[in-house]
Design a protein around this ligand. Structure first.
Ligand code: SAM
Length: 290
């Protein structure tokens, strides 16, 4: 099965993602790039409509040349439109290349000259073997990596003042969703909420210095109703696929939660992790830079 995403969903989540991202890890990536020879080749995996370069390019030094890789040519075309005129931290134009291809060939996706590999909201879809191949490729080309907004599998609804609500029915739905997340999305048995651990393990074992920070969505009651309802509807579709025999129960759960979200009495928090991996200096690096 191949995973496809709606452009509207990606647009809807972009502001919440921007608010959730960890600024310190972006600062580390920026500082590392500042010491690299120019121009800077950056590859964004699973780029979709370009949310990641839109957020990162103005926060990183230039000149930058981005490669956006995704198997959805429609989303990439939208990205190309929306990235026009983007400038880097130094005020220079940012260059973009779009590459409509499957990420199964990870070595082809990340070119030899890549200095930074990035992705956002991708790794729950991939397998442990794929992440292992990714870490090997990053090690081989000597790039740093900034992996943002990787779901950790945790979510809960919240009441006023962000108090977590514990409801038996939510726990039952969470278990079904975790089973759905593990389905093959085209790159092997998907990691779902295990992706942050797999990334940490793969990059640490290949000698990278790894830094992590939580980047949860905190969607307060009444503040992000459209996004929260779209999230619930996405879960509802996944639950029906996973447990068609439980359709009446799943429908009732969605109906009740949706009514509370729309009434502004319910919020939701979704766990994510950001990770920055920096390659250890290799012999000769200092000489190349001087
Ligand atoms: C959740 S979206 C994230 C998009 C974007 N990074 C963002 O943050 O808005 C995941 C993206 O991965 C892409 N994708 C999923 N599986 C893929 C595969 N096997 N090869 C290439 N792209 C893939 C989808 O087309 C989609 O654009």
């Amino acid at each position: 099965m191949s995973e496809r995403f709606e452009a509207d969903w990606l647009s809807l989540r972009e502001p919440a993602d921007a608010a959730a991202r960890d600024a310190d890890l972006v600062g580390r990536a920026s500082a590392w790039l500042a010491d690299r020879p120019r121009s800077l080749a950056i590859t964004d995996l699973g780029a979709g409509s370009g949310a990641n370069p839109r957020f990162l390019a103005p926060r990183l030094p230039g000149p930058q040349r981005w490669r956006l890789v995704d198997h959805d040519a429609g989303l990439l075309a939208r990205a190309a439109d929306r990235l026009a005129g983007l400038r880097d931290l130094d005020g220079s134009d940012v260059q973009f290349e779009i590459r409509a291809s499957d990420l199964a060939e990870v070595d082809a996706a990340i070119s030899e000259n890549t200095v930074l590999a990035t992705a956002s909201a991708l790794f729950d879809l991939v397998s442990a073997d794929w992440i292992d191949a990714l870490a090997a490729r990053c090690r081989q080309v000597g790039c740093a990596a900034l992996w943002t907004l990787t779901v950790d599998g945790g979510w809960h609804f919240t009441g006023p003042a962000a108090t977590p609500r514990t409801q038996t029915e939510d726990a039952a739905m969470r278990a079904l969703l975790q089973a759905h997340q593990a389905r093959d999305k085209g790159l092997g048995r998907a990691l779902g909420g295990h992706a942050p651990t797999a990334l940490r393990t793969a990059f640490t074992s290949r000698g990278f210095d790894v830094f992590e920070a939580p980047s949860p969505w905190r969607l307060a009651p009444d503040a992000h109703v459209e996004l929260a309802v779209a999230l619930l509807d996405g879960w509802h579709s996944a639950l029906l696929e996973q447990a068609p025999d439980a359709a009446r129960r799943v429908d009732a759960w969605r109906r009740e939660r949706r009514a509370d979200l729309e009434a502004g009495t319910l919020g939701v928090e979704v766990g994510h992790v950001d990770l920055y991996a920096e390659p250890a200096p290799r012999p000769g690096d200092a000489a190349r830079l001087s």
